[in-house]
Structure formats: C-alpha cells, structure tokens
Design a protein around this ligand. Structure first.
Ligand code: AOF
Ligand code: ZN
Length: 369
C-alpha cells in the first residue's frame, strides 16, 4: 500500500516521538518532521522532560530552509510560555507555510490555543492525521492532562490456576525470563511503581528497573511507592536502597499520632499521609496526591489485596496479566486478586479491548477499563 505523503511524514513524526518514552513523562512524547517539495528537511523529538519541544528542534535544525515548508507535528504546538518559549512563536518566525497536527493538546493551558494562533496568522492548519495512534502512544499524558490523576497500569504474573506464589510463599519465578524483561521495560517508563503492605513486608522488593536504555531514565525515577498504613516498614528495607525516590503512603492518623516513629524515615523518603476509608488508605486521595507531585504513569505491582483494592475502586486504566503455563495448586497459596471479591458472577469486573499474545513461554493479556 502506498502511503499518502502527509501520513508518511506523520508516521515518521510518531516514530520519532516514541524515542522519548523513557524520559519525557509527565510531559508528552512528541515528534516533528519538516518537509518541503516532497523532501524531508529536518526532524526532531522531545528528548527529555523540561527540554526543548519537538517542533522547535526541527525548526532550528532547518534554519532558513524551513521557509515555505510543511511542518508535521504529533501534538498541537504550544502557544504559551512553560519551561520553554511557545512553539507557535518559533513556527511563525520560521516562515513555514502549513502545519499538520495529529492530536489536539489535552493540556487545558494550551488546548486549541496553538491552532487558533496559527490560523489567525494565516498558516494553513490540518489536524487529525494519525490522531488515535498519537493518543494511544500518549495515553498516560492524555489522562493526566485532563484529570490530574496518574494513568494506572496494573501488572500481575500468575500461574494458569491463578496463583502468584507457591504454598510456601515462594514466588521466584512463576513467569519466564522474557516476561520478566517485559516487566523491567514497563517499569522503566513509569514515574512510580506501587506495591501493597503484604508484598512489601513479605518480599522486601527493590522495585528497580533492570533496564535503562542509554541511561535515559530521569534521576530518582521511577519512584517507589509503598502502601504502609501503619508504618510497619523497616528503615533497612530494600526499597530505600539505590537512587530511586521512595514514598510511603501512611494513614493521616498515624502521621498525627506518631511523630517520633515518622521522624526516623524523614530523610530517606517522602511520607505521604493519606485519609482512610473503611479502615484502608483511600486510594483515590493517594492518586490525587501523586498526580500533584507529577506522577503521570503509575504501575501497580501487587499483591492480590492491592490489586483488588484498585480494581474495586475503579482506578485501573490498563492491565497486563502474564499467565505462565503451569499449575501451582494449594488452597493456601496466594492468588492474583484477593480482597472480598464480588458476590455474584454477574457483578464481575469486565475489561474492554482485551488482547492475548504469547510472551516467551507465557501468555500476555492486556486490557483496559
Ligand atoms: C513537551 N514536548 O515537544 C511539546 C509539548 O513543561 P513545558 O514547558 O515543557 O510544557 C509542556 C507542555 O507543552 C505540554 O503539557 C504540552 O501541552 C505542550 N507541548 N510538550 O513536553 C513537546 N510539543
Ligand atoms: Zn511547545
């Protein structure tokens, strides 16, 4: 199939934007291509959070050759000052004749303003080419920009019979090496990774990604967030090792009543006092808090109680379910989703857009809510 020229350039821009996957959050992945008379003049992408925007990079590279050209950019150019000057100003100055935009910026600060400013200045604007691809690539950014809440991915690795550990509690390893590599890659693009109290106390996890493409991951990331309502964690726990920032979500009540206990953690991590709801941390409040701190991508890694709490509260956007082709058995062995569960099959929580594909020796289910 031969691609129409605008789609061809936009596809390249989409591909370029992808290079920012591990280093731009909570800002978007954006790519830009400048073309004239059917030839590419320059390209650029948003490399890292706080750095220059994609279209500005491409225009700078093109210099005077941009005049009369067409700019293809995956996200609507910004019209206001942020950490960098507005891209619309750079576009107007460049002498570009037309601008193709894949998706309108969901950021209320910029949304629609870039298109308006360009149109007013007499520049031809065309939007919508590969819009859904760009929205899928940036689905965390789109949710975060609209709601202020992180995009939540729930990840689990279980046996065919739904167990996440053998009856002894041992869980290393249920899934295969290929699946574990997949998880480390997934971790690497998150702003934060969260686990519940039981996983924290039982597994003493590091929660670090053993994958850092060209050292792109931002310093201190991904943050490690642990749910620890009553502050039971030991200051010697592994989540305090290494350079990643650690946050402990504790009950507001504990924070108020136990100043001495909280003090010994003050220098090694961020304490996040969260209101309680029915004897548990209110997860929606926690997400709001994390969003306020700039967490746009949150990975919830278990265990079963935590998975149920997020599912029950309707706070999961996407899940990855790794299913290893084996049986562990045992009525006491931990399962992937615990908590109270639903009373009747008709109340089951049903995902949308479910896919399943092989992942090494395992199977990967992906779905959304
Ligand atoms: C980016 N990269 O290539 C484009 C963005 O914090 P700032 O100043 O970098 O501004 C971030 C906002 O700029 C972002 O929310 C989006 O609205 C707009 N476009 N952002 O990080 C880019 N084009
Ligand atoms: Zn910009």
């Amino acid at each position: 199939m031969s691609l129409l020229p605008p789609e061809k350039w936009m596809r390249r821009a989409l591909e370029l934007g992808e290079k920012g996957r591990f280093s731009t959050s909570p800002n978007p992945m954006v790519g830009a291509v400048l073309a004239r008379a059917g030839k590419q003049i320059a390209e650029g992408y948003h490399e890292k959070y706080g750095g220059p925007h994609a279209e500005t990079i491409a225009l700078k590279k093109a210099g005077p050759r941009a005049r009369g050209g067409s700019l293809y950019v995956t996200l609507e150019p910004c019209a206001t000052w942020g950490k960098t000057p507005p891209c619309v100003a750079a576009i107007l100055e460049s002498g570009v004749r037309e601008v193709f935009i894949a998706a309108v910026d969901p950021n209320p600060k910029n949304s629609g303003k870039g298109i308006l400013a360009l149109t007013k200045a007499g520049i031809k604007v065309r939007k919508g080419i590969l819009s859904s691809e760009v929205q899928l690539q940036n689905e965390a950014f789109f949710k975060y920009a609209r709601t202020g809440l992180p995009f939540v991915t729930l990840k689990m690795a279980q046996s065919l019979d739904g167990k996440i550990a053998a009856r002894s509690g041992l869980s290393r390893w249920i899934s295969s090496g290929v699946s574990r590599d997949f998880v480390h890659r997934l971790r690497a693009e998150q702003d934060a990774i969260l686990v519940g109290t039981q996983t924290l106390l039982k597994d003493d996890p590091f929660l670090s990604p053993r994958f850092n493409p060209s050292g792109l991951i931002q310093k201190g990331k991904p943050w490690r967030i642990v749910l620890d309502r009553r502050l039971k964690i030991s200051p010697a726990a592994r989540v305090f090792r290494g350079e990643q920032i650690t946050g402990i979500a504790i009950s507001e009540k504990i924070f108020k009543n136990l100043p001495a206990k909280t003090k010994k953690f003050k220098n090694s991590c961020i304490l996040l006092p969260i209101p309680e709801r029915q004897g548990k941390l209110d997860l929606r409040s926690l997400l709001k808090r994390l969003g306020g701190l700039g967490v746009a991508k949150l990975l919830v890694e278990g265990g079963g109680e935590t998975a149920w709490s997020f599912l029950e509260a309707g706070l999961v956007d996407r899940f990855f379910w790794i299913v290893a082709p084996k049986f562990l058995g045992g009525s006491q062995a931990k399962t992937s989703v615990e908590g109270r569960g639903v009373a009747r099959p008709s109340q089951a929580i049903r995902p949308k857009r479910l896919t399943c594909e092989p992942l090494g020796e395992d199977w990967l289910f992906e779905g959304r809510f």
